[in-house]
Design a protein around this ligand. Sequence first.
Ligand SMILES: C[S@@+](CC[C@H](N)C(=O)[O-])C[C@H]1O[C@@H](n2cnc3c(N)ncnc32)[C@H](O)[C@@H]1O
Length: 435
Amino acid sequence: MSPDPLAEFRRVVSVRARQFPRQWEASKKLLEETAFPSTIARLRDAVQSKNLPASVKDRLLRLFEEDEPRRVQDLDGERLKFATGLPPAKALRALAVFFELVPSAATTWPVTHLSSEEVEEAVRQVKNPFDLLQRADVASLLEIGAGDLSFAEELVDLYGSDLNQRHRPFIVHCLDRLNPRSQLGGPLHANPERLQKLQRKVGPSFSFFGDQDMFGLEDLDQRGLLATRYAIATCWAPATPTFAYEPTRLSETLISSELERTKGTFQRTRFGKEPALEVRHAGRALLFPPWKFEIIGPLALLSLLARRGLLCVLGAVDAQVFWELLAQLLEDSRYRPPEQPFNPTNLPTIFGEVYHVLAGLPIGESINLAEVAALRHHYLRSSSTPFMDAVAGHFRYVRISRGAVFPGIPASSTARKFASMTEEAPPWFVTLVPA
Ligand SMILES: C[S@@+](CC[C@H](N)C(=O)[O-])C[C@H]1O[C@@H](n2cnc3c(N)ncnc32)[C@H](O)[C@@H]1O
């Protein structure tokens, strides 16, 4: 059952206040006499512009109905408490942290000033979206789920020397959930030689964070280790089944039974000293990291990429993840039928014309998705963490390309393996510009 939106909002507001002690401390200043009127005006604007459930938004806007309040006592304390669960001064400070009125700690990494219109224009003109790094005032890229770092290596080989010659900083931050000390995960581990090469070539503006969940970046943000936004946020071969089922349209029970039916029975176990997931498939027991079957869904992935990148690129997206992701990008709800897992039989019916156009796209070709069907403008929130993962706005431009690797475009090792995986359908390459 989905939680009461206001109760969930209260919970997240308190969690944020605790998670960001520096911002919490700094928020005191916003209540001082001189800052107070502008704090209220900024909060009002922030509430107006943020994608929030209508009931929560109305309740928050009512807090600031008072004519020109000059101090906390001028506001209705009971309403503040009802909206946030906190006494008045704390309530305002927590709202200031939640709506990011206090600058984040990560001020050390510069952020590009290109507008989303400029990004769209730049990307429409080139086949290789990563060429934006040559145009952007700050060449920065975040790679999530970076695996063995082969994409980062190819990227730096392609753009590193040019940026270097032009004395332009190149910020490359990569992360992966796999613990570098784990015995599980095999070839997906960050390759030590590659890591050293990247550190040497890029210098201190290259970082790799292992054992790092992409949905738990608060600590890195707190320590100023990540930029608030990158020119490009990318993810190659997004993990399956993590992103292959969308929990806002498929129930937990259905997803579990689909997993058992398609992957086999699974249970938590141990591998030496570390926790693991054992999956029994075709008479064999396979071991994975314990979080392998955590289902997050493409909506949360899109949301994360959109919040972190002015441009988002998904490479080597396998068929299952692709259609689930595509369903989230299109306006018409017919593409998101509740409780119907996608399969090769129902895809043509559910996606209709969109299916025929995309399935017929030759390898190496691209299409502007808005020319096939209307892009989605209103996003649902991911049910697990409705506020943290609310998609930041929507996408103004989405280009779908067919294939794993493209001439002149850097690619990951999984993308390069597709050529030899003859039983796999060709994957997809998706370029998105958040609005
Ligand atoms: C299919 S592999 C692709 C690796 C690499 N991007 C490539 O294309 O070769 C998926 C990667 O995502 C990582 N991953 C899965 N869930 C993650 C999460 N929540 N946060 C960060 N990385 C995650 C896995 O450890 C794995 O390295």
